[in-house]
Ligand binder design. Sequence first.
Ligand code: MG
Length: 403
Amino acid sequence: MKKITILGSTGSIGVRALKVAGSNPENFKIVALSAGKNKDLLLSQIEAFRPAAVAVSEESLAIEVKNCLPASNAPEVLFGVEGFVRIATLESVDTVVSAMTGAAGLVPTYEAIKAGKDIALANKETIVMAGPLVMAEAKKRGVSILPIDSEHSAILQSLKGHSREDLKRVILTASGGPFRDMPLDEMREVTAAQALRHPNWSMGPKITIDSATMMNKGLEVIEAKWLFGLEIAQIDILIHPQSILHSMVEYKDGSIIGQLGIPDMTIPISYALSYPRHVSNGLSPLDLEKVGNLSFERPDMKRFRCLGLALKAAAEGGSVPAVLNGANEVAVDAFLRGDIGFLDIPELIEKTMEAHNHHPVDAIEAVMEADRWARDTAVGIRNSEFGIRNSELRVKKSVRRSI
Ligand code: MG
């Protein structure tokens, strides 16, 4: 019986992870849950899974949750970073599903590793920001980090049973998102609602925008580098619009091993939880006849500037990946609020990276500091340099509306 904490249980990954745990009650016991803001969903999860503890982001929300719980047999209700850290490090827990969004997941995940918990990692930002520190700590504590990321789950499966010295390269596949073929001029005008409509995957808003800009694939290159001990030059990217072949490993003799499956995050979640076994998860099987064709193409780096920025950050290392990530979170948030345009996202990230003095990071505090610096700087640039552009965009939109 594996005892589990889920960080981010009300998000898209958390909900699916609970489904997997709920359909295998003989294998998994939920010890603790955490949510950002979604009180109602958290309450229904508490009722269904009876965790010993829960954590939420704010104290006021913790009080609201407490007030809704029965007087007896209620879970302990915690809040803030301390609360997340506490449920991630509880003595009885074996595995932490790290599925919070963005940089907020870093500290609780890192503390869970220090406490010797195995990690099922959906929060790729943790490893993008602090890859060398996270991997060193995991090695020291004998902790497994199993990816809840379809590409990395595919790579993990494709590496099994093969000799690492025979590896030639890894090929990450990408859907290319909703704007793969859209003319650049039109891309400039796309709205958050359009960008949130992913053609294949159903995911949270942050990662869906990252998929539309292909920043997600850039972050995944950095994630693959650290998870599998690869050089950046060994990682290639191919756009594969059907999202059926989830990634591949090429060996020296020309053999390419990959993993196929329907595009549903339940598969990498159940593999990370039941590793190295493949257990039933109730999904409908992949119907290759129905899919018909699988196609592949190189990504257009002019269209997907975020990808180039991520590769640059990966090559520079040190504080730069944390700066890339922090600036991206600010840019995505600004885009979702309608403050900047879609093509302003890479612009804002690039300007933040240009303003940064690259330095090595030897502790989590230094990573957090680089993250804070990037957010402050990106917000400053957003306000000073995108303010004017912003109002132009609004004028343009209102003109079009009146036509
Ligand atoms: Mg992925």
